[in-house]
Design a protein around this ligand. Sequence first.
Ligand SMILES: Cc1cc2nc3c(=O)[nH]c(=O)nc-3n(C[C@H](O)[C@H](O)[C@H](O)COP(=O)(O)OP(=O)(O)OC[C@H]3O[C@@H](n4cnc5c(N)ncnc54)[C@H](O)[C@@H]3O)c2cc1C
Length: 421
Amino acid sequence: MTKTSAQQTEQHHFPLVIVGAGMVGAALACALHDAGIDSLLLEAGTLNDQTDWSADDVDPRVSALSLASQNLLTHIGAWPRITAMGRLQDYQRMYVWDGCGTGHIEFKASEQHLPNLGHILENKTITSALHQELEQRAIPVWTQVVLQDISPQSQSPRRLNLADGRVITADLVVGADGANSKVRQLSGLPTREWDYPHHALVTRVALTQSHANTAWQRFTENGILALLPLRSPDDSKAGSHCSIVWSMPALTAKEHQAMPEDDFCLALEQAFEGRLGKVLSTDARYVIPLRQRHAKSYYQAGLVLVGDAAHTIHPLAGQGVNLGFLDVAALVQTLQEAQHTGQQFGDSKVLNTYQQRRRGDNLRMMALMESFARLFGNQHPLLSMLRNQAMHSMQSLAPIKQHLAQEALGVGKHLPPLARP
Ligand SMILES: Cc1cc2nc3c(=O)[nH]c(=O)nc-3n(C[C@H](O)[C@H](O)[C@H](O)COP(=O)(O)OP(=O)(O)OC[C@H]3O[C@@H](n4cnc5c(N)ncnc54)[C@H](O)[C@@H]3O)c2cc1C
């Protein structure tokens, strides 16, 4: 299914071309195929269709997947593959507290009448399952492509020029090529964006105590520390493994990355108030700069953005790819409707319907995360007092807590069909 050799001056036409075979692009291609819509996927890297992982094989990037994302992955057949890989960890509880006070807020699956609040997975398990689904459907994927140009502007069909000389025309080009989207840049779709003063340090750690199937998050004077429960490679052993996402000032993050392992484990244990016992070891530590970005418009005639290409969000609530999967569900719904009414996929009116279905929700979630990041990033004593008071109130006010949980869990009423059970 993969073409890597240069095929000079070859011309191809597809109704749809998706640029980027990451979690969002690959899920979109599978869901479109199931809706009877053919597409070609272009990927700058290679595919990951690894089926068996050794216990030592670790992906430091993990995602907390909502129930809506699980529903989408189930509809396209990827969820059973993920389950079969045996690396899936559900979480029953989420516990968030302010390290500069006594405020805390707690969400439990039982309060929401749900079997769990979601699952934590290494990203590689998701892409691996999705790439196997692409192969099973014989969806064409061209890997190691270098996209050079998209023309003409704001008009369908579009022409894509690849560096090896191949030319593709498409009624609709979908940019699923991540935060630094070349599709977005080539189309000139403007964004609103800014750096957070923080970088995220991510790694996997081994702990002496059980993570208790809980996603833990502590707001500290330096940033936000999340410990997300992972399925341990050896379930028979005591203790547990967690993925950490620790956002902190850029310089502090680099210092923590460079620390000798024992010093880092101690620093982490202290930052986490020793709540999960001792930190025994850590895998390789990675530092990722955090930047918020939102495209002012998700489309032009013949071109549309999904996932991180349209919006990148602070990882503090673990919502990035969940929003991307909802984009997928909404775009598939919109294109199916267009197909039934005989409209062109690249028609601005069609793409505006998709934008209306997603932009408000994405903006609301981004604004919520932004206000959390700012509220907890400020150590003014008065603000700290108000923050703790707000957490106490929220914890005791069931309707507000319920609303927050529903937003984050992806169990709202207005979900597109593919995101429903
Ligand atoms: C520290 C951290 C923690 C996070 N935790 C969570 C979490 O718990 N839950 C959650 O929902 N989200 C989380 N996120 C966000 C999540 O990782 C992203 O939202 C998600 O990876 C976006 O998926 P995507 O497919 O849109 O983009 P990407 O994952 O970036 O995939 C883009 C794909 O496009 C390809 N590509 C790029 N450029 C080109 C090109 N020019 N031509 C062809 N192909 C191209 C890339 O190779 C890649 O395969 C986290 C993010 C960070 C930084």
